[in-house]
Design a protein around this ligand. Structure first.
Ligand SMILES: Cc1cc2nc3c(=O)[nH]c(=O)nc-3n(C[C@H](O)[C@H](O)[C@H](O)COP(=O)(O)OP(=O)(O)OC[C@H]3O[C@@H](n4cnc5c(N)ncnc54)[C@H](O)[C@@H]3O)c2cc1C
Length: 492
């Protein structure tokens, strides 16, 4: 058997990223590794990141986490999608749901049928043909053996990290409390040999995982991996989170409400609501942001806001030498589609698959970096889409977004949809065709033409199929409990 050269894994940082990585490594490679996590209570975590996408369920199943226990411990509620309000025009609303929209055929996707039917005057709204979207609108939810529904969670970030800490420590992760002051590097290779704490203690390792948040203590401050700036495509750079008491039943979706220089989130949990304003400092002052946020929140304020600054972009190398970065230290595109937690869940899965037991190897590191980059670039494009397709003319921020240059990869997608209503996904794309279509149509991108499969099917048959689909969804949603009632029963 080849000698195992990488055995001691040191995770720097215990925010959501640090504990997600720790939990996955110890759960799946535990007997082969010695995993240590160093975090500092004094520094604390970023304290946001409460809306997820359905891959979180897959990840929890991968760890063997019991859903009911997780929902109870983290104060979670269920999420069926995101309601985008005021994005294309003031007063507009569309839901990007996690569901499948209608049914396509091998010849083409559902939007081609729908566009034909709409032209003929007998189509309902696109959302009439999506179960999850109708459940969201009706504020309904149910899961269980008989309910086929695609959903994610709204969770309390602080409680989630504590939950995963308990999970990881039980399986053998050793936690060290302390502030990291420096990292010692090998004189020739530049690899990190150890991190040094304020107390003077040294923690040695073979592989270091940087989960220290935006500061990127190891990947950037020590290894200088470099940062690629995407702020010309994603101009927001500030956020102000605030927690409030719930004033009504929890909605089964996140709200993303556009304002004059960015947008505002509302994330309902069991015990409170997470809110926050995201804005671009070149178009809105901090004082204006404070006022905008305070004017639009509901319920008693539980925690006073403190601004967070960020720059969209990614590390040029998320794996450099013997250090792999996850979470905010690896890069950040703003939270509009709740993708950050997903990225380190999928990232650690990949690290487990490519784990360098026999020592570090450049082609393996390059492969990992290539996959991570491709993934984040496609997510970036999907988020830029929401800004670029605005028709808003009421502020200089929205005019800037409408007129800004965009990546060629996104321009091609927009062009293809505008000309022929074609959307596409690669096997490793996070966002599926349904997502692209919901957002492109929701943002009022009008295709000039579409596939003539609707005409081939014939209007009588298509009209009947659409009516059946809509009716079946309506009946299924009518039979579901309200989300809040389901949640109360689920927790009882
Ligand atoms: C405004 C905003 C909203 C967001 N919303 C979402 C969302 O809805 N959904 C989503 O998926 N993602 C969201 N994100 C991203 C999400 O918050 C992060 O991906 C997630 O919280 C992980 O953060 P982290 O663990 O990388 O960093 P942090 O939470 O910042 O953790 C860093 C850790 O490193 C430790 N540390 C740092 N320096 C030292 C040191 N010198 N010594 C010892 N320890 C140290 C800290 O103590 C802490 O434990 C959002 C981000 C922002 C900014």
């Amino acid at each position: 058997m080849p000698e195992q050269l990488v055995k001691r894994v040191v995770i720097a940082g215990g925010g959501t990223a640090g504990w997600v990585v720790a939990a996955a490594l110890v759960r799946h490679l535990g007997p082969l590794l010695d995993v240590v996590l160093v975090e500092s209570e004094e520094i604390g975590t970023v304290g946001v990141g409460e809306s997820t996408i359905p891959t979180a369920r897959t990840f929890h199943a991968f760890l063997g986490i019991d859903e009911r226990e997780f929902v109870r411990e983290t104060g979670s509620s269920f999420k069926l999608g995101i309601s985008f309000e005021g994005w294309a025009r003031i007063g507009d609303r569309y839901i990007h749901s996690f569901g499948q929209v209608g049914k396509g055929t091998w010849m083409g996707d559902f939007q081609h049928f729908w566009l034909h039917a709409r032209e003929q005057g007998y189509a309902g709204d696109l959302g009439d043909y999506c179960f999850e979207l109708q459940a969201a609108l009706g504020e309904k939810f149910a899961t269980g053996e008989n309910a086929q529904i695609n959903y994610a969670y709204h969770l309390d970030a602080g409680r989630y990290a504590r939950f995963l800490r308990g999970f990881s420590e039980k399986l053998g992760v050793r936690r060290i409390e302390g502030k990291i002051t420096t990292a010692e590097q090998h004189a020739e290779s530049g690899h990190i040999d150890a991190i040094v704490l304020e107390s003077g203690a040294r923690v040695e390792g073979d592989l270091f995982i940087d989960c220290t948040g935006f500061r990127g203590l190891l990947i950037e401050q020590t290894l200088k991996a470099g940062h690629e700036d995407w702020s010309n495509w994603l101009p927001t750079d500030s956020a102000l989170p605030i927690q409030t008491a719930a004033v009504g039943p929890a909605l089964p979706y996140t709200r993303a409400m556009a304002h004059t220089a960015g947008w505002q989130w509302r994330i309902p949990l069991q015990h409170r609501v997470g809110n926050g304003l995201v804005w671009c400092s070149a178009f809105m002052s901090d004082d204006e942001a404070q006022q905008t946020l305070h004017a639009s929140i509901e319920g008693e304020i539980l925690v006073q806001p403190r601004p967070i600054r960020f720059k969209a972009g990614m590390r040029r190398k998320v794996w450099d030498k013997n250090c792999v970065a996850f979470g905010l230290s690896s890069g950040f595109v703003e939270p509009l589609e709740s993708t950050s937690i997903h990225l380190f869940m999928i990232g650690v899965t990949r690290l487990i698959q490519l784990f360098p037991f026999a020592g570090l190897n450049q082609p393996l590191i390059d492969r990992y970096n290539e996959l991570a980059r491709g993934e984040l670039e496609r997510i970036r494009d999907f988020i830029v889409l929401h800004y670029k397709l605005t028709e808003r003319d009421d502020s200089s921020f929205w005019r800037h977004c409408r007129d800004m240059p965009i990546p060629d990869s996104l321009a091609e997608r927009i062009e293809m949809f505008r000309e022929n209503a074609h959307a596409w996904q690669t096997p490793d794309d996070l966002f599926r065709i349904d997502s692209w279509v919901q957002v492109m149509l929701g943002q009022r991108l009008e295709p000039k033409a579409w596939h003539q499969m609707g005409q081939l099917l014939g209007d009588a048959q298509l009209r009947g199929a659409l009516a059946d689909l809509k009716g079946n969804i309506r009946r299924a949603v009518d039979g579901m409990p309200a989300h809040q009632d389901f949640l109360d029963r689920y927790m009882a």
